[in-house]
Design a protein around this ligand. Structure first.
Ligand code: UDP
Length: 569
């Protein structure tokens, strides 16, 4: 097995089965075997024992060769009593006391099982509205968000990971200004990412500098007007200040809602890559593109990629059947649409190996080609599964029924952040550029890990400019740009997140979005000196290039950030 020391550390700490005293009951290979066996079992009705053994082996090989990994809850829980395998959930919040606290309870159950939850708070009546039963006044969505946050704090996810939440409020909710600045202080509402739900009408009002109407969700009456440009500027200023809120284009999520008859999409999962209907869950998985290269690392092996996509779709589809859902409503919705989210990791490492700078048109063109190829093959695999096992139960309510395309899964692709998966696979995360060539990473309760990019290391050794001293120098500088010891061609290829202009970040997100059913997890990194105008340009470009949302982060704008450049131990 090709696992790095860091990967083994993470797996032992949080993923491998342990007894009550904390002794390991399996090793990393044992974990992949457990998962492969549990997931293959979904085929028990479709094949014989030999067939099952073959499927299990296929699944095992693709995980242990680090070609494909399912999201963390699948690795942690498959074949174990908890059995909850999805990373992403969306729950509705009704405008009643019972409804709100029912959802808090349900979120707690999901967090305990390792999943993350997204909510729209838009249905809640605004602060100051009347409460009929008591004659008192409502405290508004933000006050309830704080209750959700406190509940999350108290429930550590099954001892493995802290609950993550997404909180969304529509731009036309009367409390929108309070929402936009509710995380002004970074120590507030720390278990939430927040995003403003933006509509096409609002973006038009920004463009023409018009006022727009606020609507009371309870009475549906107009509750005042705000100037769109000034609200947009406030969002920009807050995002500049510390990265929050992000924005999400609600109408776009709904244009791509493939089962509109079942309801409206009002939220995504915590990191924004998975729009879902209320009570829907989705399981994700990612192909390691770096391991899809030919042996010499100079070309992408499209045959291997096609075969891996097919196996990965089979795997993720099986997960739906063996999954143990935390609520009957979730069970029904999730089995009804059978959404899966296949994505990628190691994109930046793959580009480096191919000698293509991330910030180049060549890289954008390749993104279109590679993700287009994955999308096409994933749909094909889902069609083949539909022929064998049947279409998803809500198929007749879907846009695919009108088109006559028979699919097993309502969606097939999602680009996840792969925060832990990429660490396990030892490659760059999702479609992000490398953050630095060598760096210190804060993980889990302030532990720190030192990382040197292995593609760079290989290149440096091959081109005979490697030295430990140089690696330290690079870690301090946070870039290889301008270092005389590094050949210029290599400097151009090994660009890091901060060497890359924000517009290339957005263009890359847009390229992947063009070929992804769900959404794309991406952070647009800006240098510490970036201005609010720079942030505004990023938001507008994301809108114009048809992204589904955008998240920015200006270096150093929070006290505690996950990744630090220029810091050596
Ligand atoms: N997630 C979560 N808690 C975490 C990390 C992730 O609930 O601490 C959920 C969340 O829905 C996120 C999704 O898992 O959007 C995918 O995140 P990522 O790809 O980083 O997870 P991994 O599978 O790599 O652990």
């Amino acid at each position: 097995m090709k696992l790095s020391e860091n990967a083994i550390k993470v797996l032992e700490k949080r993923y491998l089965s342990k007894d009550e005293d904390g002794n390991l009951l399996e090793d990393c290979e044992g974990m992949f075997r457990r998962v492969a066996k549990a997931i293959a079992l979904a085929d028990a009705n479709y094949t014989d024992e030999d067939g099952l053994a073959q499927i299990e082996q296929e699944f095992f090989d693709m995980m242990s060769d680090l070609e494909f990994l399912p999201n963390s809850p699948t690795l942690m829980n498959a074949g174990r009593p908890l059995g909850q395998l999805s990373a992403c959930f969306v729950l509705p919040i009704e405008d009643t006391m019972e409804g709100i606290f029912e959802t808090i309870k349900n979120a707690a159950l999901i967090h305990k099982s390792g999943g993350g939850t997204g909510f729209s708070f838009s249905r809640l009546r605004p602060k100051g509205a009347t409460v009929n039963s008591t004659g008192g006044v409502a405290s508004g969505p933000i006050s309830f968000m704080k209750v959700f946050n406190a509940a999350t704090e108290a429930v550590k996810q099954g001892g493995t990971r802290r609950g993550a939440n997404m909180g969304i409020l529509r731009i036309d909710h009367p409390d929108i200004l309070d929402f936009i600045s509710c995380k002004k202080d970074n120590s507030e509402i720390t278990n939430f990412n927040i995003s403003v739900g933006i509509t096409e009408d609002f973006m038009k009002a920004v463009e023409y500098n018009l006022d727009y109407e606020l609507v009371d969700p309870k009475t549906k009456e107009t509750a005042g007007k705000l100037n769109a440009k000034s609200v947009f500027n406030t969002i920009v200023e807050m995002a500049w200040k510390n990265g929050e809120p992000g924005i999400i284009f609600l109408d776009r999520l709904n244009i791509d809602n493939v089962v509109p008859k079942l309801g409206e999409i009002e939220s995504t999962n915590p990191c924004g890559e998975q729009p879902l209907l209320p009570y829907e869950a989705c399981n994700l998985g990612s192909i390691n593109l770096y391991n899809m290269l030919t042996e010499d690392g100079k070309q992408l092996d499209y045959d291997k990629l096609a075969a891996t996509v097919k196996k990965a779709v089979h795997f993720l589809d099986n997960v739906i059947d063996v999954n143990k859902y935390p609520l009957p409503e979730i069970d029904k919705m999730t089995r009804g649409t059978r959404k899966i989210g296949l994505g990628v990791m190691g994109w930046a490492d793959m580009l480096c190996s191919l000698g293509i700078p991330y910030n180049s048109q060549k890289a954008i063109d390749l993104a279109d080609k590679v993700m287009g190829f994955i999308q096409e093959n994933a749909q094909k695999a889902s069609q083949e599964l539909a022929e064998q096992k049947g279409v998803f139960p809500y198929y007749e309510d879907s846009i695919y029924a009108e088109k006559g395309i028979k699919l097993r899964n309502a969606t097939v692709t999602t680009i996840a952040p792969t925060g832990t998966l990429s660490l396990i696979a030892g490659v760059s995360s999702g479609i992000e550029p490398n953050f630095a060539i060598s760096y210190i990473r804060n993980v889990m309760d302030n532990n720190e890990l030192i990382e040197v990019n292995r593609v760079f290391k290989d290149t440096a050794i091959r081109e005979k400019f490697y030295s430990d001293e140089l690696m330290k120098k690079i870690a301090k500088a946070g870039t290889v740009k301008g270092l005389a010891e590094v050949p210029e061609k290599v400097q151009n290829i090994f660009v890091t997140a901060h060497d890359i202009l924000p517009e290339w970040h957005v263009k890359m997100q847009a390229a992947f979005q063009r070929h992804t059913d769900n959404a794309v997890s991406k952070t647009v990194n800006l240098g510490h000196d970036a201005t609010t105008d720079d942030v505004r340009e990023v938001f507008v470009l994301a809108y114009k290039t048809h992204c589904k949302g955008v998240t920015i982060y200006r270096d150093g704008s929070r006290d505690l950030q996950v990744l630090n450049i220029g810091k050596v131990k």
